[in-house]
Design a protein around this ligand. Structure first.
Ligand SMILES: [Zn+2]
Ligand SMILES: [Zn+2]
Length: 365
């Protein structure tokens, strides 16, 4: 027969506080976390817990005092299952061993939200201001988030006694898990609020004004602080992230801060040079095509691209010039071209052949 008073080193008439104090100091000393692999300490620790579970409970203690035994009152280490063991521990030690306290009460930041916003290339260049509609959860205004009908507060969950989690013994350790009866909230809603059906939150669609700065690119993320979902237990709301995508433009292709435009000139324009009109993001402009322009040549129009986000200056508009071959020619045009070919063509073709020869002989490397 074990003497629980002796195990805890207290007198038979020791007060509750004394027993608690003795248990605390012994359990700290013999806790397996502090004595890894020490079998003696482990056994002592079990004994201390067994003694404390009996002596800390007035009913069990009276039974023990009267019969000198804890038989039939659920003592013994095996009886430390369910909430009892964990509660003793939490009660006595609080956070000494890093037990997870009452999680439900901790303020938590609300979820961040993402909104994909398609804008035009022009809008990405000059910036835009848009109204977007964001569906999100908001704290229910009828019950202020409690989930209960006004005046009918939620009641404490009896299963976990309001802690939101239950403990059970796994091997030697006390393991905590979320209470299944109240989903970890610690309270049960008996009269649910009719506006949110006890949820405490309602789904709403909020209209938000978004200012898109000039220079944003596809994939740019704009953070709108505090426009996400509401926080829990007084925590701050999450953020809203606007993710930019840019619609395909009929004329321009954007690469970084430059925009590309492809156009065609006639063969005589390429040879002799010309002035052609090209579109830019802010109206048409004149571009000088130099004489002897080769097909595929790029002309830069400085500063007609996209402004640098958060920086100074703008990218360029790059005009790629292709030489257009007419699909058909008139008899007169054919005559002139044949004449042209006779004069210059042979030479051009010889130059071309020589070039090919050079490439294959490696002369250009
Ligand atoms: Zn409500
Ligand atoms: Zn519960």
């Amino acid at each position: 027969m074990k003497d629980y008073y002796e195990i805890l080193g207290v007198a038979r008439n020791a007060a509750e506080a004394e027993i608690k104090k003795a248990y605390r100091s012994l359990a700290l000393k013999h806790h397996p976390d502090r004595n890894p692999g020490d079998k003696q300490s482990e056994d002592t620790f079990k004994e201390i817990n067994e003694a404390y579970s009996v002596l800390s409970d007035p009913e069990k203690r009276a039974h023990y005092d009267r019969y000198g035994s804890a038989e039939g009152i659920g003592a013994g280490f095996g009886a430390f299952t369910g909430a009892g063991f964990g509660d003793i521990f939490e009660d006595i030690f609080g956070d000494v061993f890093g037990f997870a306290g009452r999680r439900r009460a901790r303020p938590a930041k609300g979820n961040d939200l993402r909104y994909d916003l398609d804008i035009t290339l022009e809008e990405s260049a000059f910036g835009t201001e848009q109204e977007i509609e964001v569906p999100r959860w908001e704290t229910c205004g009828t019950c202020s988030g409690s989930g209960s009908k006004p005046g009918k507060g939620p009641v404490t969950c009896s299963h976990c006694r309001g802690t939101g989690h239950v403990r059970f013994q796994q091997g030697f350790f006390s393991v905590s898990k979320t209470c299944g009866s109240c989903q970890g909230t610690g309270t049960i809603i008996t009269d649910p609020c009719s506006a949110c059906k006890g949820n405490g939150r309602v789904k709403t669609v909020r209209t938000i004004q978004v200012k898109v700065p000039p220079g944003v690119d596809a994939g740019s993320r704009l953070r709108m602080s505090g426009e996400g979902e509401p926080g829990a237990n007084g925590g701050p709301p999450g953020d809203l992230y606007i993710v930019i995508d840019i619609r395909k433009h009929p004329l321009f292709v954007r690469k970084g801060n430059d925009i590309y435009y492809e156009t065609v000139v006639t063969f005589p324009q390429a040879v002799l040079g010309a002035e052609i009109e090209v579109p830019t993001l802010d109206g048409a402009t004149t571009l000088k095509i130099l004489p002897a322009t080769q097909s595929g040549k790029a002309f830069h129009i400085r500063g007609k691209g996209i402004p640098r986000l958060g920086g100074r200056g703008k990218g360029d508009e790059i005009v790629i010039v292709h030489i257009e071959v007419p699909k058909s020619v008139t008899a007169r045009q054919r005559e002139i071209l044949e004449e042209f070919a006779r004069i210059a063509g042979e030479k051009a073709s010889r130059t071309f052949t020589e070039k090919i020869k050079d490439i294959f002989s490696g002369a250009e490397n």
